[in-house]
Design a binder for this molecule. Structure first.
Ligand SMILES: [Zn+2]
Length: 94
């Protein structure tokens, strides 16, 4: 995986990296983190949105129910719209 080290100002092709999940306002994002072999700086690279497998049982999603943005893009549109009504205060960006 290619990282960019700000200290070396150079691209680094690293085989050793760790995948992690970053939680932000826009939802969860996959990221890769590594350490520059030359200067020891932590390198981060955002990989993209976390795509949840469709087979995942719905009962487990209850804890992450606030994140309706991802749902609207996918299957349960009606369900998501009802959630939006409840939480309309939080969605002034839409
Ligand atoms: Zn470096």
């Amino acid at each position: 995986m290619q990282f960019y080290c700000l200290k070396c100002r150079a691209k680094k092709e690293l085989e050793k990296f760790e995948e992690t999940v970053m939680k932000g306002r826009m939802g969860e994002r996959r990221a890769a983190k590594a350490i520059c072999p030359d200067c020891g700086t932590k390198l981060f690279r955002i990989l993209g949105k976390v795509e949840k497998p469709a087979e995942e049982p719905k009962s487990e999603k209850q804890e992450t129910e606030q994140k309706t943005e991802e749902k609207t893009e996918q299957e349960d549109k009606q369900e998501a719209q009802e959630e939006l009504k409840k939480e309309s205060d939080d969605f002034d960006e839409i």
